[in-house]
Ligand binder design. Sequence first.
Ligand code: 5GP
Length: 203
Amino acid sequence: DRNFTGQGKERLNHMKLLEERIRQEGIVKSGSVLKVDSFINHKVDPFLMKEIGKDFADHGITKIVTIESSGIAPALTTAIEMGIPMVILKKQPSKVLNKNLYQTMVTSFTKGTSYELTLSAEQIDETDHVLIIDDFLANGEAATGAIRLLRKAHATVAGLGILIEKSFQPGRDKLKEQGIHVYSLARISKLAENYIEFIPEEV
Ligand code: 5GP
C-alpha cells in the first residue's frame, strides 16, 4: 500500500481538490507562468497542505528535502505525516554555514536568474533515502539541482513529489531520463489566457 507510487482512492480526491482550487484561484501570467499566490505561494492554505502531506507520505524514506521557500509548507506536512525530518535546501547560504557545504548552481524559471543551492553535509548522508518535494515542476532545473546535491551527499533519491506540473515543459522527461520517479498531484497540459487544461489522472 505505497501511497507515493500507488493509486489510492483518497489520493484522487486530493488531486481533484487541488485541480479545483487551481481552476478557481489560479491566474495565468505571460510566459507560461501560473500564479497561485492565494493558496500556495504567498498566502498558504494549511488544510490543503495537510491533505497534500497525506498524499506524498510513503514508506522507507528517511528525510524529506525541499527547496526554499514555496516547497516548505507541503514538505513539512509530509514530514509530519511520516514522522521524519525535513531538510530545506538554501538559496542564500548564511555566513555561519561555511564548513562542509555542498553547492550547485540552478537557473530559476520564473525569475530568469541563477542562484547557488546549498546543503550542509551535516544534515544528509549516505544512510538517507530522500523524497524531494516542491511546488512546481517546469524545466526541472530546481529538482535536478537538488538531486545533484543529494548525490554529492551520497544519499539515494526515492522520487520527486510535485504539487503542480506544467507538462508542456521538459521537466518530467529530464528527470525520467535520470531514472527519477515523478509524482505530480496536478498536471497541466495547456496554459492560456483564462484557460487551464489538466491531464486526466489514470485510475
Ligand atoms: P524548474 O526548475 O522546474 O524550471 O522550475 C521550478 C521552480 O520554478 C519552482 O520551484 C517554482 O518556484 C518556480 N516555477 C516554475 N514555474 C512556475 C509557475 O508557473 N508558477 C509559479 N508560481 N512558480 C513557478
